[in-house]
Write a new protein. Structure first.
Length: 222
């Protein structure tokens, strides 16, 4: 889309998001489900929810109503943030799973922009670093998809290992192109966690289209 965020922008938006979620009634340990394609606001919602102690579960935007309802029930999710194009699926799944709170991304984002962030008094700090922070779901190749609990330690470990000089010679001038889906654990670790740790730039694409891919590589000097 050509839209850009600096890390300062993201930190401000994450604080606003955390405050807006608190205003909406989200509490520590509540499960918030992200039902979104690769969009710029994904890390805002992810870290905004985690900043207040909520557990984020990430869902495949290609899920059917029944598949999404299964994850809502299995993860005990209480809140959904979804995309306008996916809203009908999310609403139907929420009805099946008895989930009352469904936020459409654009509307919710516009609301959080108006939030002054005052509800968020500080970033949630777990008493136990092995406490769950995220719950992506497995692919379900050998059965139904299963939630995979990731702890605060896991998140820190991913960022440190992927961003280490022993792994690769990264620096802040690094520009990478992301095609990995953010609902996937590896996509989150590489496209979000690692770059936040390094302070480097990531170009986010929603899907693979050869001509657009080549233009993006050339434009951003990937």
């Amino acid at each position: 889309t050509g839209e850009t965020y600096t890390y300062t922008d993201l930190i401000t938006l994450i604080k606003k998001c955390g405050s807006a979620l608190l205003q909406a009634g989200v509490k520590p340990k509540d499960v918030v489900l992200l039902h979104l394609p690769n969009i710029m606001q994904y890390p805002v919602y992810l870290y905004g929810a985690q900043a207040i102690g909520a557990v984020v579960t990430t869902a495949n935007p290609g899920y059917t109503v029944d598949e999404l309802a299964y994850q809502l029930i299995d993860s005990s999710a209480k809140y959904i943030i979804t995309d306008s194009k996916l809203y009908h699926t999310a609403i139907e799944a929420a009805r099946k799973a008895n989930v009352e709170h469904v936020f459409e991304s654009v509307e919710f984002f516009n609301d959080l922009l108006k939030d002054d962030g005052s509800k968020l008094k500080g970033v949630y700090s777990p008493t136990d670093p092995t406490e769950a922070i995220c719950m992506p779901y497995s692919s379900g190749t050998t059965g139904v998809s299963k939630g995979v609990l990731q702890s605060h330690y896991n998140y820190i470990g991913h960022a440190l290992s992927l961003g280490s000089k022993e792994f690769m010679q990264w620096d802040k001038r690094l520009v990478t192109l992301s095609l990995l889906p953010l609902f996937h654990a590896f996509g989150l670790a590489v496209n979000v966690g690692m770059h936040f740790y390094l302070g480097s730039k990531v170009i986010l694409l929603q899907g693979f289209e050869p001509e657009q891919l080549l233009k993006t590589i050339e434009k951003y000097k990937v």
